[in-house]
Design a binder for this molecule. Sequence first.
Ligand code: AMP
Length: 221
Amino acid sequence: MRTILLGPPGAGKGTQAARIVEAYHVPHISTGDILRANVAAGTPLGAEAKRFMDAGDLVPDDVIIGMVGDRLAEPDAAAGFLFDGFPRTVPQAEALDGLLSERGAPLDVVLELVVDQDEVIRRLTGRKTCSACGRIYQVESDPPETEGVCDACGGELEQRADDTEDVVRNRLEVYRDQTEPLVAFYDARGELRRIEAVGTMDAVTARAMETLEQVAGPPTS
Ligand code: AMP
């Protein structure tokens, strides 16, 4: 299965991606997670990316495209992939086309998670992430049992530096200007499927899985 999850920040891409890859056994490739790991490890790539990320701006295309090329060259990506947060610009989508055609492995589908802006602001400003295992909580709709502590591993929950209201507004503007054109880009090629990303997380997962089954076949057990 070769799939992209498209949608604004806060649409639930990370949560849905984690569930989909568990069923389909392909790597979940989140460029945001790779960048955050580089920032945490203090690599030169992390140092370069951090100022863009903290402001909610996009990291330059050449940096991202190089990073994704390296990731796709890893053996586990031969089975397919689910991209989360990539591509985010038309040049990134074109570069991905090039990488996939070199491999003779075209995309199956691009799933767009559709959600309105007020809902996204509410979700992101109330989002908490476990600093140890990365599990995502939402203070209103999906709180941990004990405030500030991860149910799964006991790690400390923190707010991402880019989930404050000002930065969230900028990230949404960046999405509209630079990423939303990808909806038309993939739709024109007949590769786009839209999914309403409202209701419970389980309901959204069920819609996503139904669409994936139609285009990529049922998950392998
Ligand atoms: P995310 O976790 O996907 O919301 O990404 C967090 C931040 O990482 C974004 O606001 C960008 O600064 C950066 N980032 C992640 N993926 C990309 C990408 N494909 N292109 C450019 N910047 C990215």
